[in-house]
Design a protein around this ligand. Structure first.
Ligand SMILES: [Zn+2]
Ligand SMILES: [Zn+2]
Length: 377
């Protein structure tokens, strides 16, 4: 008969690795020889540990589920622990203490922090790109000690407490018996070396604070909220560590006329009814300068004139968005006598004294639909 490892741990056959681990921890606390030294309990502890060794290893568990018991040879029983003597110690350590930490002294040099800078741009600048000189408060490598942190003529010395290992070992007694643990050396903070004479310029940090100017090229097509990453332009790290990155957060100032939707620009022009009927032209100050735009006779309110390629340049791509001019027709009001008489005469001529009106389902302009799409995000 094969051992029923699931029953031994008291878990279901579909128990997750976490449930298996929890069940084992609970039983191990109860049955550990340190807690309960009688032979029967010790035997039970071995069985539980064996079950855990199989069920906590995905490969062994799969083999076991298919009917092969890795411990069943030689009559089975609790004697053979994978052919070796003693417990699967590393597994037990993992289960109780998590994975062991990295060894050896840690470096004084650490990477510097990232920095973020807000950059306000107007539409002209985001549309075509620009170059900006930005002033940033940051940390640079100390020129006196070149990042080492020691006063000129001196160097960090090997720590006497840990002999440069950066950690000290400690024997702790637990219910598993004596356990060796390592912790960072308290004398040197884990660095393995001590700076006896800190650099007077940077107090041993290896860097000094300063104000610096960077010249930044901002590409065409950026928009509000975009972050531009400038690698290595952030703060230099302590101990001569590499610099972090500088992030530019783009803030686009609103334009008095143009609304930006992606790389397209929208604006509205209001013209009198007579001009819409007779046709006219308007001068629009585009991003590329003044442009004469033809309003054809019979233009309706809501009509859109598209100037292809007069919008914002695409980011990292060739080409530009469009400029869309929306026409609104203004109905004349506050008519004087003569104007009113003329309009009545016109209505008469067109047979429009009492028009029935044309009814249709509500139509929403392209622009308002666009707005809805953007508002959903
Ligand atoms: Zn220094
Ligand atoms: Zn030390």
């Amino acid at each position: 008969m094969a051992n029923d490892y699931y029953a031994t741990l008291g878990v279901r056959r579909d128990a997750s690795p976490d449930e298996v681990k929890k069940a084992y921890r609970r039983l191990a606390r109860e049955l550990h020889p340190d807690v309960n030294p009688d032979p029967e309990t010790q035997e039970k502890f071995k069985e539980v540990t064996q079950a855990y060794e199989v069920l906590s290893d995905p490969q062994k568990r799969e083999m076991y589920d298919m009917g092969a018991d890795p411990f069943a040879r030689g009559g089975g029983g609790a004697g053979g622990f994978g052919g070796g003597a003693g417990f699967p110690f590393s597994d037990i350590m993992d289960a109780f203490f998590g994975t062991s930490s990295a060894r050896g002294p840690r470096s004084r040099a650490r990477r510097g922090r990232n920095a973020t800078l807000r950059v306000e741009l107007d539409l002209q600048e985001t549309a075509f790109g620009t170059t900006r000189e930005l002033t940033i408060d940051t940390a640079v490598a100390c020129g006196t000690c070149h990042g080492e942190g020691a006063a000129p003529g001196t160097h960090p010395e090997t720590c006497a407490t840990c002999q440069g290992r950066g950690e000290v070992q400690q024997v702790q007694r637990s219910f598993l018996g004596q356990v060796m643990t390592a912790r960072p050396c308290p004398a040197c903070g884990g660095f393995g070396s001590v700076i006896r004479h800190p650099c007077p310029e940077c107090s041993g940090d290896g860097r000094v604070r300063t104000r610096r100017t960077v010249k930044v090229k901002i590409p065409a097509g950026v928009e509000n909220g975009i972050h531009i990453q400038l690698a290595g332009e952030g703060e230099v790290g302590p101990g001569g560590g590499p610099a972090g990155d500088l992030f530019l957060e783009i803030v686009e100032k609103p334009h008095p006329i143009f609304d930006r939707e992606g790389d397209d620009l929208h604006c509205t022009v209001e013209i009198p009814m007579t001009a819409a009927a007779l046709g006219t032209s308007v001068t629009l100050e585009t991003l590329d300068g003044p442009e004469e735009i033809d309003i054809r006779p019979g233009t309706q309110s809501g009509q859109v004139t598209t100037l292809h390629g007069r919008g914002v340049r695409h980011l990292n791509e060739s080409g530009r968005g469009d400029l869309k001019l929306h026409v609104t027709v203004e109905t004349p009001h506050r008519l004087d006598e003569e104007q009113e008489a003329l309009l009545r005469r016109l209505a008469e001529l067109r047979g429009e004294e009492r028009p029935p009106g044309k009814f249709s389902p509500a139509q929403r302009g392209v622009f308002s639909r666009l707005k809805d799409v953007f508002n959903q995000h």
